[in-house]
Write a protein that binds this ligand. Structure first.
Ligand SMILES: C[S@@+](CC[C@H](N)C(=O)[O-])C[C@H]1O[C@@H](n2cnc3c(N)ncnc32)[C@H](O)[C@@H]1O
Length: 252
């Protein structure tokens, strides 16, 4: 099995436990930290044509659709897309799901989407530069690419079995295993992530003519802090960044 296939298999194997984690409100970093800030930034999507890249089982894809967007969700995990489709059969929101690698979006024509979202996934996408250049291609001129990732300055990297803070080896770009083993998971699982620097991401955006318009380091909601006091650590050390960039096509 090739390296890319292994990363995909990890997500296929994680799918059932991931669905339980996300849909049963156990992912409070999503519900009380990242989603409130990201959807505030995204704003009104009524009537917009939206691509949700690396959409997983579609939790945020469904939020976009409920807000009135015409949404397509893509992910390379067949299992996650199958679970997303099953949910679409129960709650018909008109979402189209496709099994696709984020680095190869040739199924979509150029200049098609008003907005591309990528929620907490770019750090897991091996060929992120190709994915970003594909995002530019499928976006309309002045369309937006909004993504969130774990904060590259503060994430925890695992190398040779040892947990290290990115503050100690920030400039090393490494691929590392993520061991999901919190008690609240139905079953532990393992995935793969890539530590990259802010420069890596912002250079890739710049090369693809995506110009950064906003950067947000979200803080937890008051309700979230009361329900999950663990979130207090995010008041002093950000957990994630949310980036909005805009496609500026050549004028000539
Ligand atoms: C942390 S999950 C986030 C899923 C979803 N965006 C959400 O917010 O629930 C990361 C997702 O990235 C997907 N992924 C990783 N590499 C990918 C690739 N090269 N192409 C498409 N999807 C990919 C995984 O299958 C997984 O669904």
């Amino acid at each position: 099995m090739g390296k890319k296939e292994i990363i995909k298999k990890e997500w296929n194997d994680a799918a059932e436990s991931w669905v339980d984690f996300v849909r049963k409100g156990k992912d409070y970093y999503r519900d009380e930290l990242n989603n409130p800030a990201t959807f505030k930034l995204i704003g009104d999507v009524r009537g917009r044509i939206v691509l949700d890249l690396a959409c997983g089982e579609g939790y945020n894809t469904r939020i976009l659709a409920r807000k009135g967007a015409k949404v397509t969700g893509v992910d390379f995990s067949e299992k996650l897309i199958e679970l997303a489709r099953r949910q679409e059969a129960k709650e018909k929101l008109g979402i189209q799901y496709r099994v696709l690698n984020a680095a190869d979006l040739k199924k979509f024509s150029s200049n098609h989407f008003h907005l591309v979202t990528c929620f907490m996934s770019l750090q897991d996408i091996e060929d992120y530069e190709k994915a970003i250049s594909e995002v530019t291609r499928v976006l309309r001129n002045r369309g937006r690419f909004v993504f969130s990732i774990p904060h590259p300055c503060f994430e925890t990297i695992i190398t040779n079995g040892k947990r290290t803070s990115a503050t100690k080896r920030y400039f090393e770009t490494v691929k590392y295993p993520v061991k999901w083993k919190m008690e609240r998971l139905a079953k532990p699982f393992r995935t793969t992530s890539f530590h990259r620097t802010l420069t890596n991401y912002f250079d890739a955006l710049y090369r693809s003519r995506l110009f950064v318009s906003r950067l947000i380091e979200p803080k937890p909601t008051q309700k979230g802090l009361l329900k999950h006091p663990q979130l207090r650590e995010v008041l002093v050390k950000p957990q994630s960044i949310i980036v909005e960039s805009i496609k500026c096509a050549h004028s000539n």
